[in-house]
Design a protein around this ligand. Structure first.
Ligand code: ZN
Length: 389
């Protein structure tokens, strides 16, 4: 009898372990990255579809690399993979690495004392070094994107201006090739070591967000506890980034940090995924005045598709937020910054971006302005600000 019970418990344990590794990560993603589609499916007009086909469509922020699936194959989880990018007419996606995620994430106050990624990286059987090291997690996600680019002939990793020019030339010849740029969410991934900037740069990171959800050694986060500006170390890192043509992203930085960055930089900066406070006043969005300063310095602002960024996740709601931004800072300074696969709920995925072109037409934007915000600005920004080669 006891042997039967022990055998039963052993089987239960084996089933639980298999379930943890085989099903756990997918279940986590299903809970985090949702698409809540409207009751009446999006049906873009013929004019919108025709315009969309002519656009260079690009996006400044997706967290796809964190999840337990290959972006090479179409998935019914999350928002982005290569087949859905192709269906959505995309030419380029910035893939951002998340490297630490405190429990109970919120937009008001977080500390890095807890970390939900320990279990996720373990369950996904990432290399042991990644289980507790943000730096190792960043390197691993860079490898994942590099492997994707080496396996897929129609997807290229973009590290330099000449890489991007090659992508544009191939597309001009009619090749349906897409590009990916590596970005990082928060330089806590440097683990306080300037030498790790070399490692991240060598791994292919060309856009670096200074903070994520908590204050770090570089300075204050918008969702940390201190709302401080750049530290001395932060200033050193930003100066190094400028010298190396690494693009600064302030998407999660405190207002004080953004001001300090603007005061010390001469190159334009990004706010890769955000909304405009004047359109949607939440703790996620910095002030319109600061957005205006960023644009005046040549910066580019990516508008997200989730509730705390735009307050209305319908395609019309996202288009209204974009139109607000165009009115505030000009069409040359607004772009797409979906936050796809970033633990957000959206009303469409990457395959349905023609619905956004349709909504922008309905919003009254000119075709030229739509071409700029749907990706033309990202193309031009990267052509000017990536390292030359
Ligand atoms: Zn983010």
């Amino acid at each position: 009898m006891i042997r039967t019970i022990l055998a039963f418990i052993a089987i239960l344990l084996i089933v639980a372990v298999i379930g943890f590794f085989a099903l756990g990560p997918g279940m986590v993603e299903n809970g985090q990255n949702q698409v809540v589609r409207p009751d009446t499916p999006y049906a873009p007009s013929e004019a919108a579809i025709a315009l969309h086909e002519d656009l260079f469509v690009a996006d400044l922020h997706a967290d796809t690399l964190l999840w337990a699936r290959s972006a090479a194959r179409r998935s019914d989880r999350g928002h982005v993979d290569l087949p859905r990018m192709r269906e959505g007419g995309m030419a380029l996606q910035v893939f951002s690495a998340v490297t630490l995620s405190p429990s109970g994430l919120n937009y008001d106050s977080n500390t890095p004392d807890s970390d939900d990624l320990v279990l996720l990286t373990f369950a996904q059987r990432w290399p042991p070094a990644t289980w507790n090291s943000p730096y190792a997690r960043a390197l691993h996600q860079a490898v994942r994107l590099s492997q994707l680019a080496s396996q897929e002939t129609d997807f290229a990793l973009i590290r330099t201006r000449s890489d991007l020019q090659t992508l544009l030339d191939r597309r001009a010849r009619g090749e349906n090739v897409m590009g990916g740029v590596l970005a990082i969410e928060g330089l806590h991934a440097m683990e306080g070591e300037m030498a790790n900037l070399d490692g991240l740069e060598a791994a292919g990171y060309r856009i670096m967000g200074l903070q994520h959800f908590f204050d770090n050694r570089l300075g204050g986060s918008l969702h940390g506890t201190g709302q401080g500006g750049l530290t001395e170390f932060g200033r050193e890192v930003v100066a190094e980034m400028e010298a190396r043509s690494i693009i600064v992203d302030v998407a999660h930085s405190s207002s004080a940090t953004v001001e300090d960055v603007l005061d010390m930089t001469s190159r334009p900066i990004l706010v890769s995924h955000t909304g405009f406070a004047g359109n949607c006043e939440t703790a996620r969005n910095i002030s319109d005045d600061l957005m205006t300063r960023i644009a005046e310095a040549g910066g580019l602002i990516g508008v997200g598709y989730w509730d705390a960024a735009v307050c209305d996740i319908s395609a019309a709601g996202v288009a209204a937020a974009i139109a607000y931004g165009v009115e505030l800072v000009g069409a040359d300074h607004v772009a797409l910054g979906s936050d796809f696969d970033g633990a957000v709920t959206t009303s469409f995925d990457a395959s349905q971006l023609a619905a956004l072109t349709d909504a922008l037409l309905a919003e009254g934007l000119s075709e030229d302005d739509i071409a700029r915000v749907m990706g033309g600005n990202i193309r031009d920004f990267l052509l000017e600000n990536l390292p030359i080669d």
